[in-house]
Design a protein around this ligand. Structure first.
Ligand code: DQA
Length: 146
């Protein structure tokens, strides 16, 4: 049975395609999700997607995640840098998780270098654009299936 991976996109990720292309590229969220589905197919993983601009909705999705998925890929957007509520919910989910950022958050403003979820994740991938999601899925595949 192939592992189930929930890919969670946070605040403003629905606006991909309209955001600064030098950081986020030109793909829309739909196109990004199709790309991620292709990566998952190659790796034999099943993916499901969720996006919200509402922190409480994102938190509640994390509460449900354990029933729906074996692992998580999450890009919480700006929440990454300050949402202790999302950190607490991720801790409750108790799933192997990989943090992904399209842009290289380490080379941007100081405040983007902080991640309140990093130490709960088995890996952080940043600055690799859409390919970062392939890296994240491959890392989870290794974690779940050896
Ligand atoms: C982001 C980086 C965050 O700093 C930013 O707030 C985002 C997207 C990324 O994918 O590079 O919304 O998570």
């Amino acid at each position: 049975m192939s592992s189930r991976i929930a890919v969670l996109h946070g605040v403003n990720l629905d606006q991909l395609g309209r955001r600064d292309a030098s950081h986020y590229g030109t793909l829309t969220l739909d196109q990004l999700e199709r790309t991620i589905t292709g990566f998952a197919d190659e790796l034999g993983l099943r993916v499901q997607f969720f996006q919200s601009n509402f922190e409480g909705a994102f938190v509640e999705q994390l509460h449900r995640a354990g029933e729906m998925a074996d692992g998580l890929v999450l890009n919480p957007g700006a929440w990454t840098h300050y949402s202790w509520a999302i950190r607490d919910a991720l801790e409750i989910a108790r799933l192997p998780s990989v943090e992904v950022h399209l842009s290289d958050v380490h080379q941007r403003e100081e405040w983007r270098r902080v991640s309140v979820i990093r130490d709960l994740c088995i890996e952080t991938v940043a600055g690799r654009g859409p390919d970062g999601y392939r890296d994240a899925l491959a890392r989870l595949q290794k974690e779940l299936n050896g």
